[in-house]
Design a protein around this ligand. Structure first.
Ligand code: IPD
Ligand code: CA
Length: 277
């Protein structure tokens, strides 16, 4: 077994255990532990408990690997491999009882910085939906036993596009303005509420494309590899990797079209100011 296959298998095992815990806690009732970057940016007790479980399992299986998770302090590690983890992506869905939430786990090599790292393996597991998307670099992206493929052809009716909005109300006007400029490309818009699932759905051809400002590395680490291994492209600014500033995903032609709109010169100020939350 190659290193990335080993990492992928471990990620799947841990995501299944973590997903079962998240689901069990959801059934028992959710308690909000705190607000973070904005009042709407919540963390539940379950987010913390699930992250601790994932962190403990990784440390037991691969001591020395680094860790970058949403809910606890980062650790650079010593092996050159870092685990990038969102214990519950879609926390607001989780808190409201909407089943679109996911455990997202990726193993990356290189510094834990999305501009330069190389993702080796990943999992996006939505326990309440009964779906587990998994990927190993060079071996394709899968949901269960079904291989994923992004939609390769632009639909004449327009593209079904996913997006999201930051938690900070101060970012909403610019994000709505951007959405207005993108709308001519869209047949319709979906706001699923979990970036990792948006990206998994692009990989699966359930969305044609996706764009969002303000994502953190743990929101997109596994999902971006799913898209790439499903034959798609994930980008940030033109020619760059996804960043906090922008994540765009889809087939190459759609990403180029979205990028041209999002980074149009006349709107440079809106496009280059990182969003909070
Ligand atoms: C959020 C979700 C949401 C996206 C936000 C993310 P969280 O992650 O992925 O869809 O719009 O930008 O922060 O807070 O639920 O883990
Ligand atoms: Ca989260």
């Amino acid at each position: 077994m190659s290193l990335q296959q080993e990492l992928g298998a471990l990620a799947v095992d841990i995501a299944q255990e973590a997903g079962a815990l998240a689901r069990r806690r959801r059934e028992q009732g959710v308690s909000i532990a705190a607000s973070k970057s904005a009042l709407a940016d919540i963390v539940t007790e379950a987010d913390r408990e699930v992250e601790n479980l994932i962190r403990d399992r990784i440390a037991a299986a691969r001591p020395g690997d680094g860790f970058l998770g949403e809910e606890s302090a980062a650790d650079e590690g010593s092996t050159g491999i870092t685990w990038v983890v969102d214990p519950i992506d879609g926390t607001v869905n989780y808190a409201y009882g909407i089943p679109s939430y996911a455990v997202s786990i990726a193993a990356v090599s290189g510094r834990p910085e999305p501009r330069t790292w190389q993702a080796l393996a990943g999992v996006v597991h939505a326990p309440a939906l009964g779906e587990l998307f998994h990927v190993v670099r060079g071996e394709g992206a899968w949901v269960g036993g079904q291989r994923l493929q992004v939609n390769g052809v632009l639909n004449p009716a327009g593209s079904l596009l996913g997006t999201g909005f930051g938690y900070d109300p101060a970012t909403h006007a610019a994000q709505l303005e951007l959405l207005g400029r993108v709308m001519p490309l869209a047949r319709d818009i979906r706001r699923i509420g979990a970036a990792s699932l948006d990206l998994a759905y692009v990989a699966a051809g359930r969305l044609d494309g996706y764009f969002e400002r303000g994502l953190h590395p743990w929101d997109h680490a596994a999902g971006v590899l799913l898209v790439e291994e499903a034959g798609g492209v994930a980008a940030g600014a033109p020619g760059g990797a996804p960043t906090r500033e922008m994540t765009i995903a889809g087939n190459a032609e759609l990403v180029a079209r979205l990028s041209a709109i999002i980074f149009a010169d006349t709107h440079e100020d809106n496009a280059t100011t990182p969003a909070a939350g």
